[in-house]
Design a protein around this ligand. Structure first.
Ligand code: FAD
Length: 437
């Protein structure tokens, strides 16, 4: 063995927000970090691209008033001034009609729903926002929980379609705690009962992603993009050998992985079989995300829920109604689905044509020439599927008998994926590494 000192060396796999934030916290504590990122551009789900002259994220990102770890990180990196808040609105495309949504008045005036169904739907939303405990919800399935509260009519008209077009065959396997936390996060991000309050970062997630990479380098760390990790093995001295596709490999005392769990068993040969089996059983959905640049607004809303038998989308996100971007009009349409669904491999042209026709139906003023650009991107492991008592089905972050730490977005449970949650887990991992020195 050579005489290099490997003390305090850490390999971090994945340069999405969680990998970068973990590397940042560890570098600040004096660790020698090396981040490995498979793609040429760092950022993972929060990567930025050039969309017909507009620098924008591949997937939209908004922030809620409860994103405390995110705010703390912005403060640390000197980016707090770039965070802005907007009073956003919601709409519902229902019965071929655009209706206001997302506040008690809109619910009362909503056309196509009985008063009882409105009351039960509203009560469930209200109680979910007020609730803090989730231990009982962790043990039950979500559709049964919602139906019990809202009744058959509100379930069929308002919820069913959202579940079917987001979770497909997994719709009836999800933990109620996981669905509840989404309702609560959005429901609590408000100026008052009638006004929603959402945040965005000027420049999107790019200033955060690149701010983290710069800070890692300032503390002596390295970020290697375009460097996919192929295998992690342990040598006789207990060090970890991280093999990449374009190099013989590197040695480290600690390894942190933030890549999606389904990749783990193929890379980490050295961890025990029980953990590898648990990682293998995790389920993730992919996303096909369509992004559209228009000459006119689609609607005045940030969110638009869609329930239309002729449209295979549960909703749209009109990002420029949150972040004005110099008067541009940009809309995202995420199609989440299991990657085994044949639609996942439909051509970009199929998606472009569908979305164009849906938009022209929703806003009759939109003409062919109003579509400046439409792009389609795919992410294979975009959304973990969290079933009942989910945390019992995945291993602990620290692998037994190893200095290997593994987490991805599913460790945010019962919270859904979010940049703030990624930062929170990163902080936790950096403490675990330190504790296990
Ligand atoms: C459509 C969509 C909308 C979203 N909207 C919001 C929102 O509004 N607000 C919010 O807070 N969050 C939102 N999120 C969630 C947020 O983007 C994620 O929680 C967060 O970006 C995940 O970061 P991560 O680092 O955990 O994972 P990832 O971003 O997936 O990072 C993992 C990284 O690992 C890399 N990698 C994989 N395999 C290897 C390998 N073998 N070697 C090296 N590198 C590898 C990948 O290339 C990737 O860069 C959204 C996500 C999606 C998909």
């Amino acid at each position: 063995m050579n005489n290099v000192n490997y003390d305090k060396t850490v390999a971090v796999i994945g340069a999405g927000i969680m990998g970068l934030a973990t590397a940042y916290y560890l570098a600040k504590k004096g660790y020698k970090v090396t981040v490995f990122e498979k793609e040429k551009e760092i950022g993972g789900m929060a990567v930025t691209f050039n969309f017909s002259g507009t620098e924008i994220e591949r997937f939209y990102h908004f922030h809620c008033t409860s994103d405390y770890d995110y705010f703390e990180m912005l403060e640390e990196l000197g980016l707090k001034e770039k965070l802005h808040w907007t009073s956003t609105s919601m709409g519902y495309w229902y019965n071929k009609q655009l209706q206001p949504w997302g506040n008690p008045v809109a619910l009362l005036k909503f056309k196509g729903l009985s008063f009882t169904a409105k009351f039960r739907y509203g009560l469930h939303a209200f109680m979910s926002v007020k609730r803090n405990r989730y231990d009982d919800l962790d043990k039950i399935e979500s559709t049964g929980w919602i139906k019990k509260w809202v009744g058959k009519e509100a379930w069929n008209k308002l919820w069913k379609n959202l579940f079917e077009l987001k979770f497909y065959e997994y719709s009836e396997q999800l933990s109620a705690a996981w669905i509840w936390s989404r309702i609560r996060r959005i429901g609590r991000s408000r100026y008052n009962m009638f006004k929603e309050k959402l945040g965005y970062l000027e420049g999107g997630s790019k200033p955060l992603i690149h701010g983290l990479a710069d800070a890692i380098k300032k503390h002596g760390g390295t970020v290697l993009s375009g460097t996919s990790v192929k295998a992690v093995t342990q040598d006789s001295s207990g060090l970890y050998h991280v093999a990449t596709e374009n190099d013989a490999g590197f040695l480290f005392k600690n390894v942190v992985s933030t890549i999606p769990l389904p990749y783990i068993s193929g890379i980490f040969e050295c961890i025990d079989e029980k953990s590898r089996n648990m990682f293998e059983k995790t389920i993730n959905e992919g996303v096909v995300c369509v992004i559209v640049k228009l000459r006119k607004a689609l609607t005045g809303n940030f969110w638009l829920n869609v329930n239309d038998p002729d449209m295979d989308i549960p909703g749209t996100i009109e990002y420029t109604n949150l972040n004005p971007l110099n008067g541009e009009h940009i809309v995202y349409i995420p199609y989440y689905m299991p990657i085994t669904n044949s639609k996942f491999n439909d051509s970009d042209e199929v998606y472009r044509n569908k979305i164009k026709s849906y938009f022209m139906e929703i806003n009759k003023e939109l003409k062919d020439e109003d579509f400046i650009d439409i792009q389609v991107s795919r992410y294979k492991y975009a959304q973990p599927i969290c079933g009942i008592e989910y945390l019992k089905t995945i291993p602990q972050i620290k692998m037994d008998n190893h200095k290997i730490y593994i987490a991805d977005t599913s460790y945010y449970y019962p919270e859904d994926r979010g940049i703030s949650e990624g930062i929170k887990i990163a902080k936790h991992i950096s403490s675990l590494v330190e504790e296990n020195e």
